[in-house]
Design a protein around this ligand. Sequence first.
Ligand SMILES: Nc1nc2c(ncn2[C@@H]2O[C@H](COP(=O)(O)OP(=O)(O)OP(=O)(O)O)[C@@H](O)[C@H]2O)c(=O)[nH]1
Ligand SMILES: [Zn+2]
Length: 205
Amino acid sequence: MDAFAKRNDKLQSDIERPSRQEAEDAVRTLLRFIGEDVDREGLLDTPKRVVKAYSEMFGGYDKDPEDALGRTFEEVAGYDDIVLVRDIPFHSHCEHHMVPIIGKAHVAYLPDGKVLGLSKIARVVDIFANRLQTQEALTAQVAHAIHNTLRPLGVAVMIEAEHMCMAMRGIRKQGSTTLTTTFTGQFKGDAAAQARFISMIRDRG
Ligand SMILES: Nc1nc2c(ncn2[C@@H]2O[C@H](COP(=O)(O)OP(=O)(O)OP(=O)(O)O)[C@@H](O)[C@H]2O)c(=O)[nH]1
Ligand SMILES: [Zn+2]
């Protein structure tokens, strides 16, 4: 089992979760910590809403990327060139501050006889994005999940994102973008294949 699979395994099965009530109480504690009156009318349902929103925004812990990628197709008339899905928008949260990371993923692979349903690529981005992340881990996890499940000749992933922890607090630099890439298989160490991937992302015709 590789490091990514190990980390995901731990996330999904070994963590004992508190009850919903305990999670709502924790939100109440944070509200009191920032100086709020948790009994005022506008905040009465807020702990419930926050826990519900967390369940949605962090729903990726309950989903298995391998399931999402399970279905493949082989009838593609011998198509054997790069498949790129670009500009997949995503929202994630950084694991250091738990504030949003907002960006786009570009995901490509070189098929080896089998192709994926295109929506499955976006699904796998969402599954990993809906967990606490660093951008580097998100990029590597998407690439390795596709590589390990589909077994294509190679996978290339580029993520461009803005980190709200750099924009809204701390250094407060709005508009800076971080770019990360992961290449597997034939993309790894092949500068021409990597350049083609990047030019397909950038070429807006
Ligand atoms: N490599 C990487 N760093 C990230 C990511 N998201 C946030 N960070 C950085 O994580 C670092 C955490 O640094 P710390 O010094 O522990 O925390 P901090 O005092 O809140 O840091 P500042 O943001 O500089 O105020 C910061 O430099 C963030 O910009 C990410 O996806 N990847
Ligand atoms: Zn952060």
